[in-house]
Design a protein around this ligand. Structure first.
Ligand SMILES: NC(=O)c1ccc[n+]([C@@H]2O[C@H](COP(=O)([O-])OP(=O)(O)OC[C@H]3O[C@@H](n4cnc5c(N)ncnc54)[C@H](OP(=O)(O)O)[C@@H]3O)[C@@H](O)[C@H]2O)c1
Length: 259
């Protein structure tokens, strides 16, 4: 039987491209995000291209009741999720004191709480069926503190730590658990995050498609921590070997705003 894969944040960027990867495997998809029109367009394209089932589930993960609602809706439809892809997430540029507190708390809800709750709801079924797994989308931001995007970096540190720990816990169950840690990637992320204008350094961005293909392959191969691209590998390597105060100074310089 083909796997059922639930992907959050499938309406654009990396999530949309991950949906294409799992569709190419022949999986049945459940596409989750707020933008119904974008999800419907993608679902139609994937049904035609891969002769798969694709279901759209419009949901706002910043609302605390959403993960439970998704779980109950699928249970009522007798759909078991084999693979959960927790990709939905966003950032916000600026110093902690300047970014409105409700926006920061919303980030914790989407990037951490919803991801954790969805994992907690769907994992027991996977363990029982000895089938499937979880692919969380973290970031290279998770490897060090991020002045100028403090809460975002901290949410991704949670995703990295949580996923690596979970991977050890489920070892031997037949499941796979991975965390994909992209660096700068072409997507809507920048326009959503941009409160103040950020003076970007000239770093090359990977395409969302290249990141997704890497993450999908890493998950299939059972790689736990997946960092796509040489530039991102170097960034993570430096974060690990440099004295802890240096990477945060570098990130502060990188994330500085022009106003
Ligand atoms: N782009 C980068 O440079 C980069 C680097 C490292 C990690 N990442 C991570 O990659 C993941 C995907 O981001 P992306 O780069 O592909 O950005 P994106 O194009 O902005 O995609 C973000 C996705 O998350 C969904 N989303 C956001 N808030 C949501 C909410 N409240 N409820 C439900 N869905 C929500 C969006 O859908 P709707 O707006 O339709 O709800 C969209 O599908 C994120 O976790 C991000 O932190 C990105």
């Amino acid at each position: 039987m083909k796997e059922t894969v639930l992907i959050t944040g499938a309406s654009s960027g990396i999530g949309l491209e991950l949906a294409k990867c799992f569709a190419a495997d022949g999986c049945r998809l459940i596409l989750v995000a707020r933008n119904t029109e974008a999800l419907e367009t993608l679902a139609k394209e994937l049904r035609q291209a891969h002769k798969i089932e694709a279901r759209v589930l419009t949901a706002d993960l910043s609302l605390p009741e959403t993960p439970k609602r998704i779980f109950e809706e699928l249970r009522a439809a007798e759909i078991s999720v084999d693979v959960l892809v927790n990709n939905a997430g966003f950032g916000a540029n600026g110093s902690f004191a300047e970014i409105p507190l409700p926006r920061q708390l919303e980030m914790l809800q989407v990037n951490i709480t919803a991801l954790t709750e969805l994992t907690g709801l769907f994992l027991p079924g996977m363990i029982q069926r000895k089938r499937g797994g979880i692919l969380n989308v973290g970031s290279v931001a998770g490897f060090q503190p991020g002045p100028g995007m403090a809460v975002y970096y901290a949410t991704k540190a949670f995703v990295l730590s949580f996923t690596e720990a979970l991977a050890e816990e489920i070892h031997g169950t037949g499941l796979k658990v991975s965390v994909l840690c992209p660096g700068p990637t072409e997507s809507n992320f920048g326009s959503v995050a941009r409160g103040k204008k950020v003076r970007q350094l000239k770093t090359s961005k990977m395409t969302a498609a290249a990141v997704a293909v890497y993450g999908h392959r890493a998950f299939r191969n059972g790689k736990i921590t997946a960092v796509p691209g040489l530039q991102n590998h170097l960034f993570v390597f430096m974060s690990r070997i440099l004295p802890r105060m240096l990477p945060r100074k570098i990130v502060k310089f990188y994330n500085r705003t022009t106003e």
